[in-house]
Design a binder for this molecule. Sequence first.
Ligand SMILES: [Cu+2]
Length: 502
Amino acid sequence: MGKIVTRREFIITGATGLAAIYGISACTKSDSPSSISESVKVEAIDPPAGEDFKDPPEMLNLSANAGVVEVALEAKTAKVMINGVNADLMTYNGHFPQQTIRVRRGDKLSVNFKNSLPLTTDKNILGYTKNITNIHTHGWHVSPSGKSDNVFLHINPGEEFLYEYDLSKQEAGTLNFLHSHGHGLVTEQMWGGLAGCALVVADEIDGLSGFENHIISLHDIDLAGTNPAPYTLEDYMNGKEGNIVMVNGQINPVLPINPGQVQRWRVVNASTARFYKLSLEKHTMYLIGTDGGLLDKPYPLSNILLTPGERVDLLIKADQGSGNYRFLSMPYDRGGNVPQTITLMTASYRGNAVKDEIPATINPHAKKLNVDTAALRRSQIALSMGVNKGFINNKSFGDDPFVHTSKVGTFELWEIQNFSGMDHPFHQHVNPAQIIFMKGGEKEYASLYSSIPAWKDTINVPKGGSITMLVPIRDFSGRTVFHCHIIEHGDLGMMAVWDIVK
Ligand SMILES: [Cu+2]
């Protein structure tokens, strides 16, 4: 049975060859009793500086009409060069990383979706028929019903479906992402290359447009030959982490920055399970936006934890001496993983000095909700793990889902409790929330998100701890879900139905 491996027992099999290509350092022979001879523990992933940084490609808008964006999105297998291997990945439109879709608040977005993944009767290790899929617009405040952000749809191989999204209620200035959401199948599809399209809703404030702007999509994978490494039940329990860690599909790309320049880095964690504790050597990072929108002002940070599904909008100022500085993921013990130091990217000072400044204010409309919470409905949402199962309030989604019913136009307080030895990033669809209180975990993360006027659709619930959040239920009725965004845990059943009624 899939016991949870501790960090000391965690083994990377067959990584000896990988280390040579990929620059993994500080490898040691495993002393674990369950080790096999060529097993190594990986404490640091520090590949040499690679090619110049590339933003993800842009999606073509097929509509000529103002206020309408129309795209074609085809899920299909394609050859993609990963770490020197011509790998067979699942992609949208043959791209990895996926293309960025840009819209404005108030737009109508049509997605002509086609599932061209191979038709098969094969089932995965959890018993779900492979290659059925659908799409979810992670973080968007849009209808969860009909042809909109409806995760209960199943698009079979060979089928097409026209998704339509009305963005009249969506906040401006956000980075969200589109990924598959067919229960029991999401993990292997995201791991296997369908990591997600960045969804950018244009800013409606002045002050940021002058800065050089980049999208940074974080993804990890291991390959077995040319295929994504297969899943075991143990991988589902722990959350699988790959030792090929990529920024926009590149390994340690080099991003030039002028001395004195301010750049805007919009980072999405599109990994299934890997947590990133982001830090830029010798630099302060300024947090200006979170999952659901821009903040009132920049918040200076030396590091920020980014769990799967979370996004951060950062300003970086090149205010150090000329040189190269690594954008790192620092070790973090989420339970079930090996804490590692990873070089994600290298910022390289180049060119003429410029005189950019970090703005004093960002979004004057950002504020903490002023609601009397004493009178609100309070709900307890308990996250737990069993043998090859995940649970919300003791119910596993694939068997008999827990159903939480809410009413449009109300506010609720949710206390999300984590009764397991692993952190679980909690993601609710459709309605972003504000964090009131956080118990356990890292103090910096807790104090940051419980104090700033941040909208969150994904928040880490630390092992043995809890989160209390204020959830406005706005605009849309229909059935949707909330779940753990360690995608493996969602597929194991740590997901519940959220039935929003008028
Ligand atoms: Cu989880």
